[in-house]
Design a protein around this ligand. Structure first.
Ligand code: PMP
Length: 354
């Protein structure tokens, strides 16, 4: 045994566990809410035209091309947009920037399982608030003293969408703390609370290119809010790493944002597949929330979630399952192509009738 004591000073944390990324060609991957369709065609062209010699230079630290494309799409000033390496990076920066009080940050007990990890790694106190039986949020739970608020809308992994009115009620009641709405899945039929940033200087709306824009592998996320909020986030970002977003990503992201027609076509297709999937899952004996995201959170009336999960995996169909209280009998099934969903339903039909 050594006498060295360095391990007493290690920042220890229980890390977030991302969904499995199985390899192989005959796999049906419905476990990490990726988009089943490729990115907009202009992204392909950007890759083809890319001047590799440009790589010798550092990228634009302000990611202006990308920020301007997002600003144009949403018709807001670029000074109200912060971009990062996936919304995980954006939310992590936002935690570091705004959740800096001794009071606890609050979020739901069933939610994105990265929030408590960021709170732990940054030593931020937090408190979870139980969802109601139907997995909705009780806004009254968010009207107590707190050091900040975050939840996804629609929530993950439940897919439940809350109204803009309800969110406004929470934002209004919390003028002394920053309220973050994680809109990772908002483009699949939800109403964004983005217009509220004109009215409230304590609201940060966070979105991603990973789901509705088919670019999980590129890692692009962004936050929109009052100019002052964005300035504070950039101050922290530039104190950690100026060059978070690489040059190629900035170009591809900007092109993806410009193609509105492709975006609408692919998200509409996913919504249609989701609604058809709900019908079929119902026929197979599943119950589920009325998801407004690109996944369905379902449990079966007779078979346990863990049994179904394992039997699907044997058939190389991957969905997400958490062996955790409250959600331990649910599966989160990402919406794939119609063909992938049909193959899932064929497998489920066998499994539930065994
Ligand atoms: N928020 C929620 C609710 C999510 O489900 C995810 C996806 N894991 C993210 C944020 C992060 O997505 P990304 O970093 O790919 O933008």
């Amino acid at each position: 045994m050594s006498n060295n004591n360095w391990e007493s000073f290690v920042r220890r944390v229980e890390p977030y566990v991302p969904g499995e990324q199985p390899t192989g060609t005959d796999v049906i991957k419905l476990n990490t809410n990726e988009n089943p369709y490729p990115p907009a065609p202009a992204v392909r062209k950007t890759l083809d035209d890319f001047n590799c010699g440009r790589m010798r230079l550092y990228p634009d630290p302000d990611s202006s091309v990308l920020v301007n494309a997002i600003a144009e799409y949403y018709n807001i000033s670029p000074s109200r947009i912060f971009v990062g390496v996936g919304s995980d990076d954006v939310i992590s920066m936002a935690f570091l920037t705004f959740f800096c009080s001794d009071k606890p940050v609050i979020f739901p007990d069933v939610t994105y399982s990265f929030y408590d990890v960021w709170a732990d790694v940054y030593r931020i106190p937090y408190q979870v608030k139980p969802l109601r039986e139907d997995f909705t949020i009780d806004p009254e739970d968010y009207k107590c003293e707190n050091g900040g608020i975050i939840f996804p809308n629609p929530n993950a992994p439940t897919g439940v969408l809350e109204s803009v009115e309800m969110i406004e009620d929470i934002v209004k009641a919390n003028s002394d703390s920053v309220v973050m709405i994680d809109e990772a899945y908002i483009d699949f039929g939800g109403e964004s609370c983005l217009p509220l940033i004109d009215k409230y200087d304590n609201l940060l709306v966070i979105q991603t290119f990973s789901k509705s824009r088919s670019m999980a592998g590129m890692r692009i996320g962004f936050a929109m809010g009052n100019e002052n909020l964005i300035k504070y986030m950039n101050d922290v970002k530039f104190s950690v790493n100026s060059y978070t977003m690489n040059h190629l990503t900035q170009l591809c992201g900007a092109e993806a944002m410009k193609d509105k027609a492709y975006f609408r076509e692919t998200t509409d297709r996913i919504i249609a597949t989701r609604e058809r999937s709900k019908k079929r899952l119902g026929e197979l004996g599943f119950t589920f929330t009325d998801s407004k995201s690109n996944f369905i959170f379902a449990s079966h009336k007779k078979k346990t979630a863990s049994e179904i999960f394992n039997k699907l995996k044997e058939r190389k169909i991957f969905v997400r399952y958490w062996n955790k209280p409250i959600i331990g009998n649910h599966l989160r099934i990402s919406i794939g192509t119609d063909d992938e969903m049909d193959r899932l339903f064929a497998a489920l039909e066998e499994i539930v009738n065994e």
